[in-house]
Write a protein of this length. Structure first.
Length: 458
């Protein structure tokens, strides 16, 4: 009996979900009521109260989003993702994570990010993973063990990246089939998605995607290679027709921020069936490191304001992993809500923080969570009282230096990485963004800034 069935009973759960999903527009309130009955975490209960108000407002953009998601998704995918993400991973998984964290004395994350392979069929400019060796892989047995250990800790969302993870599509399908209570969310360049694979996705039902794109055609092809944009759009159209859940993943840089920040780009993504949108700011690690490729602090502030606008006007769920620090109470990495395991097995705090003290081939996931690196990381979170400055890599680099030296972490990059040299290089950017971010924080949180100023004076 799986986790969801343990709490609700198989017959009750399936009957209720089938009733709701057969007519989502009419039965959406029933879906919220079901979540309300299952929720155990106090934060979840508060969130569900807000959702109830939203779903009763026919003009609310989030109600329109929920209906769009439910109507365009294949029935098997709807059932699997609804149970695995909203029930297993969230409503039931989070309380279990919290209970185990108390016993361990360290955080248990909501998700883990895993690279099945370093290999990739593209060669993108500035790839964060470009300084790995591009030959390492985690074998199926290690991945299977890792997924099992994650379930035992209450983790039911596994995110896959690379390299290009779909180079291992057969193993990924086998893992999805075996670990049916989990959701596998895959960051992919989408060029390896084909008709046979889409059929398998409908069958297993518990795989979703984040598809990399840099903007419109010329901008995407400039960074990813000629013809890639058309392949991405074709993959999106295939997935939309098949009713698979997917979204886009865009990295804003000094070159493309204004393009990604247009309504035209977001509208195109919605038209092509994306229900999710992940925004990253370019971080100068990995291949072709170039600080001049980073979005300027002013461009980062521009994206902050655009996200506020889109959330009120666009029926799509979007996250900016750096600018949304307030929503996540700062950095989520270091095992607090997520960590990264690269294709060699090194357990890193974050996909962009290329340091480790343990390797998953030599320890269990539980042991990795208790490593010196994760503890050094977590004891400093949040890294800044201004939650628009969440990151130890680009916003608070002195914290990264302290963490690496305190934990004795080794570099996981090809050829190694010197943390002191990196901190010296990034400090000018972090100071500039700090000034801009403090102005934004004062604009939206004047009372908090006044209290902080009084405390500093005292």
């Amino acid at each position: 009996m799986n986790l969801a069935q343990t709490y609700l009973g198989e017959k009750f759960l399936q009957t209720t979900l089938n009733y709701i999903l057969n007519n989502p527009e009419r039965n959406l309130p029933a879906l919220v009521s079901l979540a309300e009955k299952v929720a155990r975490d106090p934060n979840h209960k508060r969130n569900i109260e807000s959702i109830k108000r939203i779903m009763n407002d026919e003009n609310n953009v989030w109600r329109k989003y929920a209906l769009r998601l439910l109507k365009q998704t294949h029935p098997n995918v709807k059932r699997k993702v609804l149970v695995n993400f909203f029930l297993n991973a969230s409503l039931l998984g989070v309380p279990k994570q919290n209970e185990i964290a108390k016993r361990l004395g360290t955080a248990v994350p909501f998700t883990i990010l895993v690279d099945p392979t370093e290999r990739c069929n593209l060669n993108c400019t500035g790839c964060w993973a470009g300084d790995y060796q591009r030959r390492e892989e985690l074998d199926y047995e290690t991945l299977d063990r890792l997924f099992t250990e994650a379930e035992e800790l209450g983790i039911y969302l596994i995110v896959l990246s690379g390299g290009e993870p779909l180079i291992r599509k057969d193993d990924i399908l086998a893992l999805a089939d075996k670990h049916r209570d989990q959701v596998l969310h895959i960051f992919t360049n989408a060029t390896l998605i084909d008709d046979d694979f889409v059929e398998d996705l409908q069958r297993v039902g518990n795989i979703t995607f984040a598809i990399s794109i840099e903007g419109f055609e010329s901008t995407t092809d400039e960074r990813r290679g000629k013809g890639v944009f058309k392949k991405v759009i074709n993959a999106m159209e295939m997935l939309k027709e098949a009713g698979i859940i997917y979204g886009f993943s865009a990295t804003y840089t000094r070159k493309n921020t204004e393009e990604l920040g247009t309504d035209e780009f977001v509208d195109l993504m919605i038209e092509k069936g994306n229900v999710l949108g992940w925004f990253f700011t370019y971080v100068p690690v990995g291949k072709d490191v170039d600080l001049d490729f980073m979005a300027t602090p002013e461009q980062r502030a521009f994206m902050f304001e655009k996200m506020r606008h889109w959330r009120q006007t666009k029926p799509i769920f979007m996250v900016d992993f750096w600018n949304d620090g307030e929503a996540s109470y700062g950095c989520i990495a270091g095992g607090r809500r997520y960590l990264h395991i690269n294709a060699r097995g090194d357990v890193e705090p974050c996909a962009f923080v290329h340091f480790a003290t343990t390797n998953i081939k030599e320890v269990t996931l539980k042991e990795a969570l208790c490593s010196p690196l994760m503890k050094a990381y977590q004891k400093r979170q949040p890294f800044n009282t201004n939650l628009l400055r969440p990151c130890p890599l680009i916003d608070n680099p002195e914290a990264l230096r302290e963490i690496v030296h305190e934990s004795g972490a080794y570099s996981t990059q090809l050829g190694g990485a010197d943390v002191d040299e990196y901190v010296d290089r990034i400090s000018r950017y972090s100071r500039h963004w700090g000034e801009v971010a403090d102005d934004i924080w004062a604009k939206y949180h004047p009372c908090a800034c006044q209290e902080q100023a009084r405390a500093s004076a005292d």
